[in-house]
Design a protein. Structure first.
Length: 274
């Protein structure tokens, strides 16, 4: 990307959870941040699966902290691995579906379990758990993260959580879950881009091109690649035309400027022969 000059203000890099983390610019052995590499990624926007959070997760940590680490590996401290809360919620989701099937007196089959999962929802260690219509996958809640300049002022080098994308229902505080139909993004902070501002950059990047201006009688360049609209020389008074029309032995401009000064000057021939 750097060799192709793509690490500039004209580009915004979007990244999945595989690279939206500090490991991409941190030495795995020393834990030291490569400042030069970190600066190259500044402005990147990514998504991450949310870690354990919420009241149930805090209650779980209260108990987990009391457990004997010699009995339960990793216990005795107020933290878990990233995947532990998801494993917990997956198991309990399956148990809830199993209970729903057996309580209904239905045979315990894969189809019955999947149907039960599709109709169930609950709070877990990873937030609100709701399955998709097929009952086979969980609707997602992702953190939106941003690698910023302003976080460096506080010596924070990692990605900053700026919002979330919530595909599940949302809790309204009254014990009722309502579907979040639009599956919208929810931002708590503005995104910061590579140039250090919070203004959305113009990503409509195009190559510059040369054109002939009939009015000015000269070749010009549109550096943006989109400021000038090329016109067809169809006799309707076209002004800005493709540079290839210049000296093509056809009069394309209303004032014949595209053929003046060419090896074969057709305007001169017109004047001489009438």
């Amino acid at each position: 990307a750097e060799r192709l000059d793509m690490l500039t203000d004209k580009y915004v890099w979007l990244c999945s959870d595989a690279c939206a983390n500090s490991q991409i610019f941190t030495d795995p052995e020393t834990g030291k941040v490569d400042e030069k590499l970190r600066n190259k990624f500044t402005g990147m926007i990514g998504i991450r699966y949310q870690t354990g959070h919420g009241q149930m997760y805090e209650q779980f940590l209260d108990e987990w902290e009391k457990e004997d680490p010699f009995v339960y590996t990793g216990a005795g401290k107020r933290e878990t691995s990233f995947y532990a809360p998801y494993a917990h919620d997956a198991l309990y989701s399956h148990l809830r579906a199993t209970r729903a099937v057996t309580s209904a007196g239905v045979a315990l089959t894969n189809e019955a379990l999947i149907k039960a999962q599709a109709n169930s929802s609950a709070m877990g260690l990873t937030g609100f758990i709701k399955m998709g219509k097929t009952g086979r996958e969980r609707l997602g809640i992702f953190d939106i993260v941003n690698l910023r300049y302003d976080s460096l002022k506080a010596d924070f080098t990692d990605f900053v959580i700026v919002g979330k994308w919530n595909q599940t229902a949302r809790y309204n505080g009254e014990g009722i879950y309502r579907d979040n139909i639009d599956r919208r993004f929810e931002f708590d902070y503005k995104l910061q881009f590579r140039d250090g501002t919070y203004d959305f950059p113009d990503l409509d990047v195009r190559n510059s091109f040369k054109y002939w201006s009939c009015n000015d009688g000269e070749e010009k360049t549109d550096e943006t690649g989109k400021s000038v609209r090329l016109e067809k020389p169809d006799g309707q008074g076209a002004n800005n035309i493709d540079k290839d029309y210049r000296c093509d032995e056809f009069i394309d401009c209303y004032n014949m400027s595209d053929e003046w000064g060419c090896p074969v000057s057709f305007p001169v021939l017109f004047i001489v022969y009438g």
